[in-house]
Design a protein around this ligand. Structure first.
Ligand SMILES: [Zn+2]
Length: 465
């Protein structure tokens, strides 16, 4: 078995790991790399190996940094199977089309700016989306459902089994068995007690482990504190007469926040005020959530059987149309709007941010991990102004961070998740984390288990034997 890291190496996006086993070639994940525009474009467009050379892709979950470059791969000639869980397939159908749509819009906008720059005699390159909605649709044909906890033989002498990762609907950790070795890819590891989802399940012992390290040096606040903090932020903003703008991942985080806001209003811990989910993707994803109750934990299932709609209440409006979205800006009085994308790199949230962050009454509520160089990360760092659509915008609104709902295990949770895998474990490869996070986790793993944990760089290869 030979393993080469082509993405999420010393960074948190673009998950893609190349495995040679049983004389065949496989990919774990094929995610979008997000970061500086030009660099991201180049990296996403150009694969370091021919797409046709890959025999099968195994996808850990639907988040765009894991699945989002599949249509480019297919466009480049890949025509093999993409194995993943049934819920992940349904989410990908919604998410990849949305990603294509956003890229198309983004390119249009970028080209309008380019035309303007040309008019004033400045250089500007033409912008093109990575892939179209048609490319996304061509990808759907290749998905093959691979339910959890079953062996799937994908080539002679090569099989894999996936385990609940508890990170998002349909998320999995993967164990591949070939050439006498067992290799586990953690995918993104979730947490015990997250709303809606099952708890993560640790696979049995393996020889090698590729593990995420997003929060490798962090310890989260308890999930139960999230409601209190959310209530405080909302109440504080309402007292100022402001709006709460929530950049939120359309899939997962949005549904959790909707449930929490529902509960807080029912309990009268926050005033009754309008809530808008301004994201066609979030609406489609909510439908996928409704279709896959097998992915719910007991709490969510009880809520359902009691006749509640966890994802709907009176003051909640789902905004599908773009012109309705624009009208939100004219609305008076406090309200809450949840819009994608979660790291503020694209999508409708950019318009809400541009229109609202210069007003000190408003709040931007950051609810998820923000990768380096993204607008979301810049907002958290609170400079006097931030660039939105290429223009500087004054940042005078409050920026609050609610990371209690993180879908990623913290250091202690990662250590407990990997404990059952460690008898016989030879080496750990830490991916999906900034170098500082990886270094902290590597030290802890060595101290706890006496096992070497390395942080591969992009392009590093390892023979596993
Ligand atoms: Zn994820």
């Amino acid at each position: 078995m030979k393993l080469t890291f082509w993405g999420a190496a010393k960074t948190v996006t673009g998950s893609m790991h190349h495995v040679e086993a049983g004389g065949k070639r496989f990919l774990f994940d094929c995610g979008l790399y997000q970061g500086r525009r030009q660099e991201a474009m180049e990296r996403n467009r150009n694969f370091p190996f021919p797409a046709r050379s890959i025999d099968a892709v195994i996808l850990s979950h639907a988040h765009i940094d894991h699945s989002g470059n599949l249509p480019t791969f297919v466009k480049n000639g890949y025509s093999g199977p993409i194995y993943t869980t049934p819920a992940t397939i349904d989410l990908c159908l919604a998410m990849l089309a949305d990603s294509a749509f956003i890229q198309g819009k983004d390119a249009e906008f970028c080209n309008r700016r380019r035309d303007y720059r040309k008019q004033i005699g400045r250089d500007a390159q033409e912008c093109a989306p990575l892939y179209s909605v048609q490319d996304a649709e061509a990808t759907y044909q290749l998905f093959r459902p691979a339910p959890l906890n079953q062996d799937h033989e994908i080539a002679p002498g090569v099989k894999f089994r996936s385990f609940e990762a508890g990170h998002m609907l349909g998320s999995s950790s993967i164990v591949m068995e070939a050439d006498g070795q067992r290799l586990c890819f953690s995918g993104d590891v979730g947490r015990h007690g997250l709303p809606i989802l099952h708890d993560p399940q640790s696979p049995p012992p393996v020889d090698y482990l590729i593990m995420e390290s997003t929060y490798g040096d962090r310890f989260h606040q308890a999930i139960t504190d999230a409601s209190d903090k959310l209530a405080e932020v909302v109440n504080r903003t309402v007292r100022r007469g402001g709006r709460v703008i929530v950049p939120a991942f359309a899939v997962g985080r949005t549904q959790q926040l909707v449930m929490l806001l529902h509960e807080l209003m029912d309990a009268k811990r926050i005033p009754s005020l309008p809530v808008f989910v301004d994201s066609p993707l979030a609406i489609n994803a909510t439908e996928v959530f409704r279709k896959h109750p097998e992915c719910y934990d007991e709490g969510a299932r009880e809520f359902l059987t009691d006749g509640n709609d966890p994802f709907g209440f009176k003051l909640l409006t789902y905004v599908r149309e773009a012109n309705e979205s624009k009208k939100l800006n004219e609305l008076r009085g406090p309200f809450i709007v949840l819009a994608a994308s979660g790291m503020c790199e694209a999508g409708r949230v950019l318009h809400h941010l541009r229109n609202n962050i210069s007003d000190p009454r408003n709040t931007v509520l950051i609810t998820g991990y923000q990768a380096a160089h993204t607008l979301g990360r810049k907002l958290v760092e609170r400079p006097a102004e931030v660039p939105i659509f290429g223009e500087p915008v004054q940042l005078r609104a409050e920026v609050a961070v609610l990371d209690e709902l993180s879908g990623h295990a913290d250091q202690g949770e990662l250590i407990e998740w990997m404990r059952p895998l460690t008898p016989g474990l030879k080496k750990v490869f830490l991916v999906h984390g900034d170098p500082g996070q990886g270094a902290a986790l590597s030290n802890r793993i060595h101290k706890e288990f006496g096992i070497e944990a390395v942080q591969p760089s992009r392009g590093d290869s390892f023979d596993l034997k």
